[in-house]
Design a protein around this ligand. Structure first.
Ligand SMILES: Cc1cc2nc3c(=O)[nH]c(=O)nc-3n(C[C@H](O)[C@H](O)[C@H](O)COP(=O)(O)OP(=O)(O)OC[C@H]3O[C@@H](n4cnc5c(N)ncnc54)[C@H](O)[C@@H]3O)c2cc1C
Length: 391
């Protein structure tokens, strides 16, 4: 049986970022790392089925892991994309209130902008409030009464990002085992025995970055179902009418009332020039149900026509969907990211509920995992690692 120092379950953006981060650190000896991925390539699930936005963290509670890691991770991802030549669209984000919202009585949407402004103030996110004329200068075809603009937000080619992290990890020694679905994790005195549908390996540490399936993978190791992921699909339509494709060039999000769970259906431009609209929120039973009962385009038009009155169902073509690995907290609210050291020695780290802004957070999340005391203790003799702040 082959022995590894670290076995990472999942070749999404998080698993690849962790492999890269662990291998670029000067441990006492070079680490031997395997990444098990059930598909035949990296980023085949949620990591390539998203909006690609490198979020500022403004939508998250300032003290949450989601907020903190999105802020740090997005800055790291922008530098990384520039260094590696990964397609990046520096669009900025506008969160807008439409004239229609105003007619309907907008106090709830205004309270959202106020909450976001407080979040930004507490976390040093640069933004500006804009009036109709300011919005017109920023995005000439947008019909809106006012909003906030966060200039730092960018959109990355998410698949190219994951592939680049894989390339970096492999160049420094990581082994990727594709078409290997992990089906069992057993503990012995010092290690784990990880069983896939093709092989068994021994590993001194297991990091579960299995996205939508992280609750099931955690249950293999813990022998009970400690976590439950509720899959929530988000669908996208592409705006295909040539004369309308160029009407909106930046990220435009709606201001939503405080009880809203997501960030809302938005205009989602991509580095290659495509413009999508989405995502909505559809609870699904099956974690692979990307296609059944597609939501008709009318719902998407209803959500965004207030910002672009000429938008019509005939402009839209169903494009793709992604599924959020949502974890519902005990109080029924949206949960924070969970990075749980479920065993100290040998280390078992479960990453659960890594939904949006997980793409943005990935590089900072990887650093957070590498700096966990159980990892330091296991792979660094001194056990005292000065927390680094390299990008
Ligand atoms: C609609 C939508 C829009 C989003 N938009 C954004 C956005 O704009 N910005 C942002 O920051 N985030 C966004 N996100 C969130 C972001 O995409 C995720 O947080 C991120 O991709 C999670 O990465 P991951 O590596 O944890 O999971 P995944 O990409 O799901 O990777 C997990 C991997 O584990 C593998 N796996 C699972 N079980 C096993 C097993 N038993 N054995 C072997 N392999 C296994 C899977 O095949 C998969 O490849 C969005 C998500 C959705 C659904």
């Amino acid at each position: 049986m082959i022995t590894y120092d670290v076995c990472i379950v999942g070749g999404g953006v998080v698993g690849c970022a962790i492999a890269r981060e662990l291998l670029r650190r000067p441990w006492d000896r070079p680490l031997r790392i395997v990444v098990f991925e059930q598909h035949d390539r990296v980023g085949a699930e949620t990591s390539s089925r998203n909006s690609g936005v490198l979020h500022s963290g403004i939508h998250e509670h300032p003290c949450s892991l989601k907020g903190q890691l999105a802020r740090e991770g997005s800055a790291m991802a922008v530098s990384y994309a520039v260094a590696k030549g990964i397609p990046l669209l520096r669009t900025g984000m506008v969160i807008a209130i439409s004239w229609e919202d105003v007619r309907r009585g907008l106090w709830r949407e205004f309270s959202m902008l106020r909450r976001l402004w407080v979040n930004a103030w507490r976390t040093n996110i640069r933004l500006s409030f804009v009036t109709p004329s300011g919005l017109h200068a920023w995005e000439p075809n947008l019909h809106a009464c006012c909003g906030i603009i966060i200039p730092s937000v960018a959109v990355i080619d998410s698949l190219a990002f994951v592939q680049s992290l894989q390339t970096d990890s492999e160049a420094t020694g990581a082994e990727f085992a594709f078409k290997n679905r992990v089906i069992g994790i057993d503990e012995d005195a010092t290690d784990y025995i990880v069983t896939t549908d093709r092989q068994r390996v021994r590993a001194a540490c297991v990091i579960n970055a299995a996205g939508l399936h992280a609750d099931d993978v955690a249950a293999f190791a813990l022998d009970n179902k400690k976590y439950t992921i509720s899959p929530l699909r988000g669908e996208y339509y592409e705006l295909v009418t040539p004369v309308k494709q160029g009407l909106i060039r930046r990220l435009v999000y709606p201001a939503l009332p405080p009880h809203a769970t997501g960030k809302g259906i938005h205009f989602s431009p991509r580095p290659n020039g495509q413009l999508f609209i989405g995502p909505n929120e559809v609870p699904v039973e099956d974690k692979t149900d990307y296609l059944s009962h597609k939501t008709p385009p009318g719902l998407f038009v209803d959500a965004l026509q207030k910002f672009l009155p000429t938008l019509d169902e005939r402009d839209l073509r169903w494009a793709y969907s992604g599924i959020r690995p949502r974890l519902v907290a005990s109080d029924g609210q949206k949960s924070d990211f969970i990075v749980s050291v479920d065993r100290e020695a040998p280390p078992l780290i479960n990453l659960i509920g890594i939904e949006s802004p997980g793409l943005s957070a990935s590089l900072a999340l990887a650093r957070y995992v590498a700096e966990l005391p159980c990892i330091q203790k296991r792979f660094s003799q001194s056990g005292a690692w000065p927390p680094s702040r390299h990008a």
